[in-house]
Design a protein around this ligand. Sequence first.
Ligand code: SF4
Length: 234
Amino acid sequence: MARSRIEPPKRQGLTEPSLDDLLASIRACTLCRDNPLGPPLPVTPRPVLQLDPRARILVAGQAPGTRVHASGQPFTDPSGIRLREWMGINETVFYDPACVAVVPMGFCFPGQDAKGGDLPPRRECALKWHNRLFTAFQKPDLTLAVGLHAVRYHIALRGHPDLNGPALGPMVENWRAILDATDVMPMPHPSWRNNHWLKKNPWFGLELLPELRRRVALILKKQGREVHKGGAAV
Ligand code: SF4
C-alpha cells in the first residue's frame, strides 16, 4: 500500500473554513467506514476531540481507545489520570475547553491488533482534517505531543522537521531543544505500556515534568486561572 506523507499546512492561498464549520464536519465524518486507506473501522465512527479557540494548551494524542470511544470524551481512562497528574491539573481544568484543547492524530477508535493493543491512528484523519484544523486554530502556547505520530506531526507543523528523529525515545530525550524551538513538549504516551520506559528514564519525572507543570500553570494563570496543589483551579 502506498503511504503518502502527511505534510504540515501551507498557510497561503487556502480558503479557510471557520473552526465551527470544520468541527461540525469532523463530528459527522464517516470516511474510514468506507475504507480508503485501510480496513474499515471495527466500530461506527465516533470522532472524539475537544477544541475551543480560547484554549492555549493543546494535547495532541494518538487515537481513542475502547473506553474513550464508549464515553465520547477524551482521556476518560487510566492514561488520562496519569496525563493529568503529569500536567498538574484536575479533571475540571482538563475538561474546560477554554483551557485545554485535545486533538488526537486519529479522531476515531481504530481497532486493536491480534495482541489486544490499539492500532495506530487512521491516516485518513490527518490527511483529511488536521492541516485544515490547525490552519483555523490559532497556534497554542504549549502543545503536549503524546506519542510518536503526534510528536512528528507537530514538530513539522512548527517548521522544524530537522528536529524529528527516527524513534520517540531520542526525541523525548531532546525535549529542551524541541520545546525551545517549537513550544512542543514531546511526550511518551501515559499508558501503562510505557511503565518500563518511565522507570528506565527517571529524568522524565525529575526534569521534564516539573517544567511541563510550570508552563501549564503559567498559561492558565495568564487566563485568570490559578492552579493550586492537587490541580484545582479557580
Ligand atoms: S478517524 Fe478521522 S477520517 Fe476516519 S472516520 Fe473518524 S474522523 Fe473521519
